[in-house]
Design a protein around this ligand. Structure first.
Ligand SMILES: *Cc1c(COP(=O)(O)O)cnc(C)c1O
Length: 395
């Protein structure tokens, strides 16, 4: 027996880090589209956009093939390109930085806040140059960035704000969805996110011209989209008005996404309950720092990120992850900082140590399983495993 087998035998079946929650309603919705004869972007995509825009309290939602595509579109549609700098966080997924590069602009990193891993407005101020054109804050784990402070900086310096709301379905600040803050925000429906369309994203904005430009660029720059062309009011004739992209969401994705989104209330209640249970069960464990909901915001609980206190423990984060794995508990880390990856180090001269708060967080952080198919018992199992590992390694 390996140690993994032993752990499985003593703790029950392994608890994966993440599982999508697909009900019969989603399956029926997708089968419906498959039988309908129309899989491409069409009326189901439009319906999903309308529902999502209403939820965010914005005038426009443009459904796209991924959050990556949506952020790229937002930057291009806002006219950001070569010679421009865009400030973002080191504690994010590669896509956040890659889209800045794909737009032809230069990414500039600003350090994070230690308590919720979101970009620090004071660090943004220090990163400003005459070439700064936009700020791309990431609502890390579903915790809202300080969008008031970021908006104030943007106003003072004439900058655009595009929110990376990949974790942000359900995130609010001041009672408003983060989809309604800044010039635009972009959500992800990747299978690991709070709502999934298999693959997909949504760009939200109150700026009609921006939405129209993004819509045009999302479908090759064509004057009329495919749906219009094939309906009774449409025609085969179209004009290409820009060198666009193939970024539009298809109806089979929208059917899945909309059916998932219809369950958003249930999803967010479950996530909040599971996160609350984690915080109660782990609350007495002085060796770990727990996530918190900032005053005046609603946390979407996309991730439950804890931090080890190295001054109290003889075990490091990597070994802790291994020991949890041996006990059948899957975990992850969000994220390996941008300035630690070979490509960006080479291209921008960054190195580990450049953003001390992000570096320190990375050394000690891990994300515990949090998804709607988990039970309270699953949370308890994770907490027992965490306590078990931590108590065996107290200084
Ligand atoms: C998942 C994720 C993305 C990318 O989303 P896709 O829909 O897969 O393109 C971008 N930023 C963050 C912070 C993410 O977690």
């Amino acid at each position: 027996m390996t140690s993994d087998d032993h752990a499985a035998a003593t703790t029950g079946p392994a608890l994966p880090y993440n599982l999508p929650d697909i009900s019969d309603a989603e399956i029926a919705a997708v089968v419906d589209v498959l039988r309908s004869g129309w899989l491409a972007p069409g009326e189901r995509t439009r319906a999903f956009e309308a529902a999502f825009a209403a939820y965010c309290g914005v005038g426009h939602a443009v459904a796209v093939d991924s959050a990556t595509a949506g952020m790229h579109l937002a930057l291009v549609a806002l006219g950001i390109g070569p010679g421009d700098e865009v400030i973002t966080t080191p504690t994010t997924f590669a896509a956040t930085v890659n889209v800045i590069i794909h737009a032809g602009a230069t990414p500039v990193l600003a350090d994070i806040r230690a308590d919720d891993y979101c970009i620090d407005p004071q660090a943004i101020e220090r990163a400003l140059t005459p070439r700064t054109k936009a700020i791309l804050p990431v609502h890390h784990a579903g915790s809202a960035c300080d969008m008031d402070a970021i908006a104030a900086i943007a106003r003072a310096h004439g900058l655009r704000v595009v929110g990376d709301a990949a974790h942000g379905v359900g995130t609010e600040a001041g009672g408003r969805s983060v989809g309604s803050l800044g010039d635009a925000a972009v959500f992800s429906f990747y299978p690991t996110k709070n709502v999934t369309s298999g693959r997909g994203g949504m760009l939200t904005t109150d700026d009609a011209a921006l939405a129209e430009r993004a819509r045009l660029l999302a479908l090759h720059g064509m004057s009329d989209d495919a749906w219009d062309r094939y309906t009774a009011r449409g025609s085969w004739r179209y004009q290409v008005l820009a060198a666009g992209y193939n970024y539009a969401m298809s109806d089979y994705q929208a059917a899945l996404g909309a059916a998932q989104f219809a369950r958003i209330g249930e999803f967010q209640r479950t996530r909040r309950a599971l996160a609350g249970r984690y915080s109660r069960r782990l609350g007495d464990l002085a060796d770990v720092v727990l996530p918190a909901e900032r005053a005046g915001t609603t946390h979407a609980w996309h991730l439950y990120v804890v931090r080890l206190r190295p001054e109290r423990l003889t075990i490091g984060r990597d070994a802790c992850i291994e020991q949890l794995r041996a006990r059948g508990i899957g975990t992850s880390v969000h994220f390996i900082p941008i300035h630690h990856h070979p490509y960006y180090r080479e291209a921008y001269g960054w190195a580990p140590g450049d953003f001390p708060v992000a570096d320190a967080a990375f050394e000690t952080m891990l994300s515990l399983p949090l998804y709607t198919r988990m039970t309270g018992h699953d949370v308890d199992r994770v907490c027992e495993a965490v306590a078990d590992v931590v108590l065996a390694h107290r200084r």
